[in-house]
Design a protein around this ligand. Structure first.
Ligand SMILES: Cc1cc2nc3c(=O)[nH]c(=O)nc-3n(C[C@H](O)[C@H](O)[C@H](O)COP(=O)(O)OP(=O)(O)OC[C@H]3O[C@@H](n4cnc5c(N)ncnc54)[C@H](O)[C@@H]3O)c2cc1C
Length: 482
């Protein structure tokens, strides 16, 4: 008798869970041909950085607090899970930047922090006059640059727009999202529109204006809100997903770390997925772990897969505060503040890279007389926060906020959440590294999924997990180890 097809998903972050959802029939639900599905997660928690907690009378997310709504994947999954009514749009826009000791409102029409017209910089104080010249030049007599293969985001920006705009204005946004450095991050993988514009030649700003629609003004009205969340927190998506997967009979295991994936062609199943005390037979495997783990688990199949172990990740800490609205003053508008790297502070450099005004973004988090603020700390090359206790980190970040914001009182409540290695870094050559790994695994029924490969962020991770599952569902019968 042919055994029932068995698929093991390794890693219970949002990518692994989304893969299990797709394998179990997605919105339509399981059928007679749905495989047995087992998801194995090494920690005691499903969802990775998607996690929520009660804090000062609200349910807040401890990791991501929203997702890009102009990509369909997270919205679609929420709707498939029946969470339509829980979706809420962001209710503020704009942001400020801390430049040369003062808060400045960011100009409109930025594409991932890159200005799309020289004119838009006119109102931005805190930049030297000479920094504006490269922007004017880019529009009228753009510098040439030969880009035939992947380069760093920083090398394109410096050549086209000069160092000051690169490090003071653009890096805080694009580098901040990745907790990385523009001089290391791959243009092709992290900012494809910038890479394509640089390859085409001509004005970078004009190309981005056309490509991304930045500066179109009415984009929000036409395309809907840029970001969304769920009333109970983004993490409620995971909790509902886990509940419905269990209902479908998916086996969800926690506190079990996968230690090996072994070809067992003479057994009932062609693969065996091992943890310390179990061995699960599998027709196919989806690896939705960080890339180094995937590399270690597959390197015996093809030596080139060890390259995956070189994918670094940055850690971050988020410090959330409730302040009394009477003694804390935020800028009049905007969702938060960006702080350029290496911003001097006392005899040191600021640890805070960005500040988010959570209750401005999300209406349901507002409470009369209070202000809910979150500071983001840490970058790939700044691990200073790891050496501080939670108490010391709260005190340090509050003092930094007191510099950046007009007035900051004593916190009514605070909470530190640390995310060691939460943000994979796509260095120059990342697209090729991932393509080589996928090619090496192509002969086998093993697929890679998650934020290490197809884009950092919730929508990209969901899309990656579901794509891997669809590939397995269509290829599993033919894919056996040799
Ligand atoms: C601080 C922070 C803020 C963020 N903010 C946003 C935001 O606002 N919006 C947004 O869209 N995105 C945001 N992101 C990014 C987003 O959270 C991630 O891209 C996404 O959650 C990644 O999901 P994943 O499933 O690919 O990876 P992960 O969540 O890392 O899941 C991988 C899982 O594999 C497990 N695992 C590892 N090794 C093994 C093993 N040997 N066996 C079994 N299991 C194993 C891990 O325990 C983990 O649960 C943020 C990330 C961080 C860290």
């Amino acid at each position: 008798m042919t055994p029932r097809t068995s698929v093991v998903v390794v890693g219970g972050g949002i990518a692994g869970l989304a893969a299990a959802w797709e394998l179990s029939g997605a919105a339509q639900g399981p059928t007679a041909s749905t495989p047995r599905i087992e998801l194995i997660e090494s920690s005691g928690h499903f969802g990775g950085a998607l996690r929520r907690a009660e804090f000062a009378g609200r349910t807040i997310d401890l990791g991501p607090d929203g997702f890009l709504a102009r990509r369909p994947e997270a919205l679609t999954l929420a709707r498939e899970l029946g969470l339509d009514e829980e979706l809420v749009p962001i209710c503020a826009s704009g942001a400020s930047i801390w430049l040369k000791g003062a808060l400045q409102e960011l100009p409109g029409g930025l594409a991932l922090g890159v200005p799309t017209s020289a004119k838009s910089l006119k109102s931005l104080k805190g930049l030297t006059w000479s920094s504006r010249w490269p922007a004017w030049r880019d529009e009228h007599a753009p510098r040439t640059m030969k880009v035939t293969e992947d380069v760093s985001i920083g090398s394109i920006l410096r050549r086209k727009l000069g160092s000051e705009l690169t490090y003071e204005l653009i890096e805080p946004m694009v580098g901040g999202i990745q907790a990385g450095r523009v001089d290391e991050l791959s243009a092709e993988a992290v900012f494809p529109a910038l890479f394509a514009a640089a390859q085409r030649g001509g004005s970078l700003m004009k190309a981005l204006r056309a490509d991304t629609g930045a500066g179109a003004g009415a984009a929000e009205r036409v395309l809907g809100p840029l970001f969304m969340t769920l009333r109970g927190g983004v993490a409620s998506l995971v909790e509902e997903l886990v509940r419905q997967l269990r209902e479908r009979g998916v086996v969800l295991r926690q506190n079990a770390s996968v230690s090996a994936i072994r070809p067992t062609p003479s057994n009932l199943y062609p693969w065996e997925v091992d943890t310390d005390d179990t061995a699960t037979g599998a027709s196919a495997v989806i690896l939705a772990t960080p890339a180094p783990t995937a590399g270690r688990l597959t390197s015996t199949l093809d030596g080139s897969l060890t390259d995956l172990t070189s994918v670094n990740s940055a850690g971050a800490a988020m410090v959330t505060f409730v302040f009394d609205a009477r003694d804390t003053t935020l800028p009049p508008t905007g969702t938060g503040v960006l702080i350029p790297l290496a911003t001097a502070w006392n005899d040191d450099v600021m640890m805070t890279t960005a500040v988010t005004f959570l209750d401005r973004k999300w209406e349901h988090l507002r409470r009369e007389g209070e202000v809910l603020v979150r500071a983001h700390v840490g970058r790939i090359d700044d691990r200073r926060s790891e050496a501080l206790s939670d108490e010391a980190l709260v005190a340090r970040v509050r003092d930094e906020l007191a510099t950046v914001l007009a007035r900051v009182g004593a916190p009514l409540a605070s909470r530190v959440q640390r995310w060691p290695e939460g943000l994979p870094q796509y260095y120059v050559g990342h697209v090729q590294l991932v393509a080589r790994a996928r090619q090496a695994l192509a002969p086998y029924a093993i697929r890679l999924a998650g934020s290490a490969y197809d884009g950092v962020g919730i929508p990209a991770s969901i899309g990656s997990g579901r794509r891997a599952a669809r590939e397995i569902l269509t290829q599993v019968d033919v894919a056996t180890p040799t």
